[in-house]
Design a protein around this ligand. Structure first.
Ligand SMILES: [Fe+2]
Length: 194
């Protein structure tokens, strides 16, 4: 069990945890605000999924800071209001919001991965970081694909329908199958009890 507290030496990565907690919480707000105004249902679906993850990352990193004996130190981001105003503006097109595709070859998590490899973090923070990076990489891929569709670079970019997505349909099919099985089991139980 984690027993570290402010009485022990402050780990070097507390600032990093704080930065991640703040940045992720803010990103969750931006993406949700965008999802609320986009007319593109597929894009909204991806934005909401990633926004939920970002908010969760913000909460979990804030909790980890508390567990280590620290609290989130709020910092003012001077560009925050402007970014939120842009993304929540329904009169600004999604195309403008996604902007041009950025071709980045460097790993944005390279620094953290190196620190993980060097064993800098305590075991629970190490687990947290690995989970966080895995979700961030997946979220990045989902956003890139959704942004490419907005730019007209995907097969379904014509006019996204507002029906359930393939993922949602698959989930519903699984649930329906599950309920059917449950219903049969209950029927058997009732028969056996008679
Ligand atoms: Fe993020």
């Amino acid at each position: 069990m984690e027993t570290n507290s402010a009485t022990t030496q402050k780990p070097d990565y507390i600032g990093l945890l704080n930065t991640i907690a703040l940045a992720e919480s803010a990103a969750g707000v931006y993406l949700e605000a965008w999802a609320d105004v986009t007319p593109n249902c597929d894009l909204a679906c991806t934005l909401r999924l990633v926004a939920a993850r970002e908010k969760s990352h913000g909460e979990v990193f804030a909790r980890r800071l508390c567990e280590l004996g620290y609290a989130v130190e709020k910092k003012t981001d001077p560009s925050s209001a402007e970014r939120l105003a842009l993304l929540s503006n329904p009169n600004v097109s999604d195309l403008e919001k996604v902007g041009e595709r950025k071709e980045g070859s460097s790993d944005p998590f390279g620094g953290i991965r190196r620190r993980l490899a060097e064993g800098e973090f305590d075991p629970m923070t190490t687990n947290l970081m690995n989970w966080y990076i895995a979700e961030e990489v997946d979220s990045g891929r989902r956003l890139r694909e959704a942004y490419d569709c907005v730019r007209g670079a995907c097969e379904t970019s014509a006019q996204p329908a507002c029906g359930p997505s393939a993922d949602a349909e698959a989930m519903m099919a699984c649930m329906t199958a599950g309920f059917a099985r449950l219903e049969k089991s209950l029927e058997k139980l009732v028969k056996a009890a008679k």
